[in-house]
Design a protein around this ligand. Structure first.
Ligand SMILES: [Zn+2]
Length: 246
């Protein structure tokens, strides 16, 4: 389903996954291509860095995982072009289920994706040009600052780590993934805090919107998303919202 955005001052179109898989007709495809010619298509979640890290043939090898050719995964440059993608948030996912080393793995994921972005400048220059329209009148976002963290476990309870991730290009962080953190409950875990803890209500969620960084409420227990949204005050992107009462 393709919807016009209700956000004032933007021309973006939001795309939601259809509930049922329907084979498009030629007329549907032509309609979609017409829309893509006019619109900015902004994908807010792509797990390419994890796909490269866990590739069976050459794990973590960004040269072997050649995006100029068809890949075995879901992303390569020919398909990004064919799909009319204008802008992409690259998810730098780290499993919360790890028993240690979340921040180290997070840094490795950020490093991997930054090297991938640097390797394909021809793709990214066109992306920047289209973002000028989307981001007006603000400075267009550079492609190496379009990373998103999945789960607050990646900061290991350190706001300093969060600020450092920002400087490396991270522009949103989901509060949780499939596991609770020391300060927020995940929708997929046993409730421990009944939402956000008091400390993080006051500081963490606010800092998540640090200097335009986006705060995402995906995976947060759905009855506590409204609280997080009220606390995180700045102009941030609430992506993948699965919460009640927003
Ligand atoms: Zn993901």
């Amino acid at each position: 389903m393709i919807l016009r955005s209700a956000d004032p001052g933007t021309d973006c179109i939001r795309v939601r996954e259809p509930r049922a898989c329907i084979t498009p007709t030629q007329a549907d495809l032509e309609h979609a291509h017409r829309l893509l010619g006019e619109a900015i298509l902004f994908d807010r979640h792509n797990d390419l860095p994890w796909a490269i890290r866990t590739d069976k043939k050459a794990p973590g090898d960004i040269v072997a995982y050649d995006l100029r050719k068809p890949t075995t995964g879901q992303t390569d440059i020919p398909r990004l072009r064919q799909g009319g993608l204008s802008a992409q948030f690259w998810s730098v996912y780290v499993p919360g289920e790890l028993t240690c080393g979340w921040a180290r793995t997070q840094l490795e994921q950020i490093d991997l994706m930054r090297r991938v972005i640097a390797r394909y400048p021809e793709r990214l220059s066109s992306l920047r040009a289209r973002l000028k329209t989307f981001a007006r009148p603000r400075k267009p976002a550079a492609s190496d600052r379009m990373l998103g963290i999945e789960g607050g476990h990646a900061i290991e309870d350190s706001l300093g780590a969060l600020r450092a991730y920002y400087d490396l290009g991270v522009r949103y962080m989901t509060l949780t993934h499939n596991t609770n953190t020391d300060w927020a409950d995940s929708a997929a875990d046993v409730p421990a805090h009944h939402g956000l803890t008091a400390v993080r209500r006051a500081g963490g969620a606010r800092d998540e919107s640090h200097r335009h960084a986006g705060g995402s409420l995906a995976h947060l227990r759905r009855d506590h998303g409204g609280r997080a949204a009220r606390v995180a005050r700045a102009r941030h992107l609430l992506a993948l919202v699965r919460t009640r009462g927003l």
